[in-house]
Design a protein around this ligand. Structure first.
Ligand code: FAD
Length: 416
């Protein structure tokens, strides 16, 4: 079934009886060409682009819970391509371009909203760093705009630009950045992949790998053994736990990141805004709630819930730039598990075990990467060679010193 305005009108006048499930419910087959582990945004996008770009057939996505239950449905929905380093910027710009055409491509309303993102500047040194970043973005074909304090005040009149502690001295804007409804991305990719014949199997947890003579030939699941020619791990925050079943130790730590939504307000915040003197970012959802977050909790964990010290830290960030928020009530908060890599950049690579591939280390920026990650991972799986935009996302960069350390923090995952 193709979704369209006409279809909505027809269903509205016929009692909404004609809608079909967005994807099939299937029993797993015994054997596949490709098994993708993890039905988050990246796993589903990989399956979709494998089928669409490479004509691959016989693909299964195995998801231990439900589609959209992981980080893809837990993030603060921000998309952007405002990166500094050459290893990152072309990849994220490719992703932003894919977001721009995604809804037509998937025939699904993912509420892609290019309302812009603004990184506030609070010191002269920070302005210098942002000018450098903006120039790197422009050199890579992205858009970047260094906004003056006056222009920011016009767009965000509630900001106190003369705040003695954190004066606003301008900001780096990317007007093509914005937000996308996160779980709709998972549903849209799932539906589009299903239409191309991909089997999406929920409640199917991979518990182990069958490895023979250095070659991965299948996976053990709670629904039985499934063999495949190529097996692709794509489980984000569970990466280190899953790959330990293949005796691999990854350069990744798992941490919790929390997100918060306030009660609904009238339109107050026209775009995404980030605080430059602490870690705080905020946008307003179409329903009116302010959606915001900050740092990860400072300890390793696989629990999808956070703790109070970070709640306090995030609220302090909010109060520093939006004192008016002091009387707004928080409606909901939750946590997701972040796969923090040692340099803050992801890995899309084959492993040392034949036929076993890996995608992970997205830290807290993997939502915006979803389309490009699926695109490049599918390319690697189908052709055996890294895609040019992801060619630096290799395991061996840690051994060879080719770190892609956007923040210059070193191997300090909780700071990336
Ligand atoms: C609070 C929060 C805010 C964030 N904000 C942003 C943001 O604003 N912008 C941005 O770009 N990024 C953001 N992120 C990061 C982003 O959400 C993640 O990097 C990205 O979603 C990870 O990729 P994914 O969608 O494939 O992960 P997931 O949706 O987590 O998918 C992985 C899937 O693997 C499944 N799985 C795990 N183990 C197994 C197994 N053994 N067998 C089968 N299936 C398994 C899980 O159930 C899960 O569904 C945020 C994350 C959080 C938690």
């Amino acid at each position: 079934m193709t979704y369209s305005g006409l279809r909505i009108i027809k269903e509205a006048i016929t009692g909404h009886k004609g809608w079909k499930p967005a994807w099939r419910e299937v029993e797993p087959k015994k054997d596949y060409e490709y098994v993708i582990i993890g039905g988050g945004g990246h796993g589903l996008a990989t399956a979709y682009y494998l089928a669409r770009n490479h004509g691959a057939k016989n693909i299964a996505v195995l998801e231990k819970g439900w589609v959209g239950g992981g980080n893809v449905g837990r993030n603060t929905t921000i998309i952007r391509s405002n990166y500094l380093l050459d290893g990152n910027e072309p990849f994220y710009e490719h992703s932003l371009k894919l977001w721009e055409g995604l809804e037509q491509d998937l025939n699904y309303n993912a509420m892609v909203s290019q309302r812009g993102i603004l990184n506030l500047v609070h010191s002269d040194a920070q302005r210098d760093a942002f000018i450098r970043r903006g120039n790197a973005m422009i050199l890579n074909g992205a858009d970047a705009d260094l906004m003056s304090t006056q222009a920011i005040q016009k767009r965000y009149p509630f900001l106190n630009v003369n705040n003695a502690r954190f004066p606003i001295k301008g900001g780096l804007a990317q007007h093509r950045g914005g937000t996308v409804r996160h779980d709709a991305v998972a549903w849209g990719y799932a539906r589009a992949a299903d239409r191309l014949g991909v089997d999406i199997i929920q409640n199917c947890e991979v518990n182990g790998f069958q490895i023979k003579a250095g070659k991965c030939v299948g996976v053990e699941t709670n629904l039985g053994y499934i063999s495949a020619k190529k097996i692709a791990s794509c489980v984000a925050g569970s990466s280190s736990r899953l790959l330990s079943k293949a005796n691999m130790r990854l350069p990744i730590e798992s941490h919790v990141l929390q997100a918060f939504v306030s009660e609904g307000l009238k339109p107050v915040l026209p775009g995404v805004i980030t605080f430059g003197a602490g870690h705080f970012y905020c946008s307003q959802s179409d329903k009116g709630g302010l959606v915001f977050g900050g740092d990860i909790d400072g300890y390793n964990s696989y629990a999808q819930r956070g703790n109070l010290p970070i709640v306090e830290d995030v609220c302090e960030g909010a109060m520093a730039i939006f004192p008016m928020l002091g009387r707004v009530r928080i409606l909901r908060m939750w946590g997701g598990i972040m796969d923090m890599s040692m340099d803050g950049s992801p890995i899309i690579d084959r492993t040392h075990i034949d036929n076993l591939y890996f995608n992970g280390g997205w830290c807290y920026g993997g939502f915006k990467a979803t389309p490009a990650s699926g695109w490049c991972y599918a390319h690697l799986l189908a052709t055996g060679t890294p895609h040019e935009y992801a060619k630096d996302y290799r395991f061996d960069r840690f051994a060879k010193g080719g770190m892609i350390d956007e923040k210059g923090m070193g191997n300090n995952p909780q700071l990336h």
